[in-house]
Design a protein around this ligand. Sequence first.
Ligand SMILES: [Zn+2]
Length: 397
Amino acid sequence: MHRHRSSLGDLLHHIHVSGALSRAALAERMGVNRSTILAWTAELAGAGLVREEHPAGTTGAGRPSLVVVPESSRVWVLAFDVAVDRLVAARVGLGGRVLERREAARPRAGVDLDMVVRKLAELGRELVDPGSLCVGVGASYCGMIRPGDGMVRYGPEMGWVDQAFGAELSRALGIGLPVAVGNEAHLGAMAEYQRGAGVGVPDLIYLHGDVGVGGGILVGGKLLGGESGYGCEVGHMLVNPVDGRSCLCGSRGCLEAETGEYALLDAAGHDPGEFGRDAVRAVVREAADGDRVAAAAVAEIGDWLGIGVANLINLFNPGAVIFGGTLREVYAAVAPQVADRIAHHAMPVSRERAKLRVSALADDATLIGAADLGFAALLADPLEAASTRTTADLTVG
Ligand SMILES: [Zn+2]
């Protein structure tokens, strides 16, 4: 059995990240002949995972090559995103297409595990489609996650320490599937590499701004997890040891303390009661509109961001640095400061190939990364995963 397990998984992975592909394109990518692709496609189609169709726009003339397309509306995962000011649930189809989504605003203070799990489970259960195949559940969380069991070891922004988030969400959902949990910036990095601004760049750094700054560093297309999976905390890289702002982690002058939401809003003289993505974006807009205080605040943040990025370029020699979350808008406003710091502090041979880009997946980067966690079992062993999941498992009650 499963003679072609890894090959079937590889083929499905190509379709999942690239969308419809012809047999000829698949044969070329996988280095096998077209009749092999035909046989493998037949197995995947028999399991209801892909279908073949005529490419869009072809007419009846000649014999256009069929393309293999993912069964996006039939095969899906539940994806969750616990972000700083919102909770998101989505049904994401094979191929990475968001089929349906629900969002709830999240209060900044006083959010305990029960509240977050209860709300996410409620949103998720609304999305379950009993006539189709749910193959996994993935969640993105803004904190440090223990690999394997979805335990939040440390979530500074909510004050969570050792909270069994993955297990509790799985129990509350009640659809018989575990919940795979990842750090938001780690997931954003993988998502941008698979289908966003980092396609074709296996050595990249993704920086995710929310209340703080998260990081995901890919080396040869693999996440740099460190000894225990808690690596890439670039937000806590020390950039201002002399008179730095205090950081949620207990230190001072960390990159996120100098460039995060609080630093920007404070420098711009905004009311301490204002926070969130909209408040950050408002300051960036005010700066663009010529407000001098906002422009100075944005420039100050850009300067610290540039120092951080220059350090990262020296350390990792990345092919790209991608700015996501609120850093997407912030970077667009501070590109000159960042370029200046890189020119002064990053070594020429380290920086010469580093492209600076904004996230292509925008606010969905972390959600799409979470969905890919949910698809992992299917892509590892498509026939096994498709046969063990049945619609009967999804009777919500
Ligand atoms: Zn810190």
